[in-house]
Design a protein around this ligand. Structure first.
Ligand code: SER
Length: 318
């Protein structure tokens, strides 16, 4: 990776991945793009407004900046996707198809995240294997499985260097996620700090894999820098670091904020989605093939999130 383009850089992952990659590869070598102007990204380094669904503008940007690696982060998430499945398909698959064709045309490596959402009710729930039955029942999951297959196809058919991980719910404190089923695990921290109370939209007993942002960023770099001769898989690797239920994270937050209260107003769409996803994924292939090794767990992540979110609150940022 020498000249990097991030598409959809204004979202939860992109806003931190941009700064992370600029720290490693140099500000000028990481071009951030989003469908909207993003001041915090354009102040640090090159930025362009780009609609990833416009192949001409996309190709022009890749050519202009002499890009060799693309991170395609454009996606509607799971819960919002259920409100307009056709729109979710058009955005998620449109951005992926353009990314694949442009990566092929300009000889770029391409990273597109997959998700725990690629699995469904018929996948094994505990320690979900790398290679198993995948029959998701959300449009988000259908896009992710299709995306994995297409990315492998572009690799075997055209030699495009496509790589991907199946992200768990990502917990972070810079940019909020939007429209996902795992968003509760971020929102809980903001509400705990602000009001000491949280109303949870996901039932208290549902396990889902989660990951703290620093580990997610490390996964992107490690996988894209991995020796291709060691990769048996490409699209997409299970990665995991912690799995918990709303009740478990409530108890963890109460260790720091003993008065914290949580009640439930379960959203049936999110419940259905959450119950169809794995409790925990088996990430042994990622560990073996490219050295995946997370550093954060529930305890350390909770302590760090509370510290960072409190600091934001004290500065009046929410
Ligand atoms: N965080 C995503 C969602 O909840 C899953 O990858 O939709």
């Amino acid at each position: 990776m020498k000249r990097i383009l991030i598409v959809g850089a204004g979202g939860q992952i992109g806003s931190e991945l941009t700064a992370h990659l600029r720290g490693i590869y140099g500000n000028d070598n990481v071009v951030a793009t989003d469908v909207r102007e993003c001041k915090f990204l354009s102040e640090q380094g090159p930025f362009a407004v780009l609609n990833a669904l416009d192949p001409h503008a996309y190709g022009y940007t890749v050519n202009k900046y002499k890009i060799d690696t693309i991170f395609n982060l454009v996606a509607l998430l799971s819960a919002v996707g259920e409100k307009d499945p056709q729109l979710a398909w058009n955005i998620n698959m449109g951005a992926l198809m353009n990314s694949l064709d442009i990566a092929r045309q300009y000889g770029c490596a391409l990273f597109t995240p997959s998700s725990i959402g690629a699995f469904g009710l018929s996948s094994p729930k505990v320690k979900t294997p790398q290679d198993t039955l995948m029959r998701p029942n959300t449009i988000y999951g259908v896009c992710k499985v299709t995306g994995e297959l297409l990315s492998d196809y572009y690799h075997s058919k055209y030699g495009v260097d496509t790589r991907s991980v199946r992200f768990p719910g990502i917990i972070s404190n810079v940019t909020l996620p939007g429209g996902g089923t795992t968003d509760y695990a971020v929102e809980i921290f903001y509400d705990a700090v602000k009001s000491g109370r949280f109303t949870c939209p996901v039932p208290g007993d549902v396990y889902m894999d989660m990951m703290y942002m620093p580990d997610a960023l490390d996964a992107c770099v490690r996988l894209m820098e991995a020796d291709p001769s060691k990769l048996v898989h490409r699209n997409s690797f299970n990665i995991a670091s912690m799995s918990f239920t709303p009740e478990i994270i409530r108890a963890e937050i109460r260790k720091h904020l003993p008065d914290f209260e949580m009640d439930y107003k379960v959203d049936p769409v999110k419940e259905n989605i959450a119950r169809s996803w794995p409790d925990s994924m088996d990430d042994s292939c990622a560990r073996e093939e490219w050295g995946w090794a997370p550093t954060w767990n529930l305890e350390t992540m909770t302590a760090d999130m509370l510290e960072k979110v409190k600091a934001k609150h004290e500065k009046g940022l929410f």
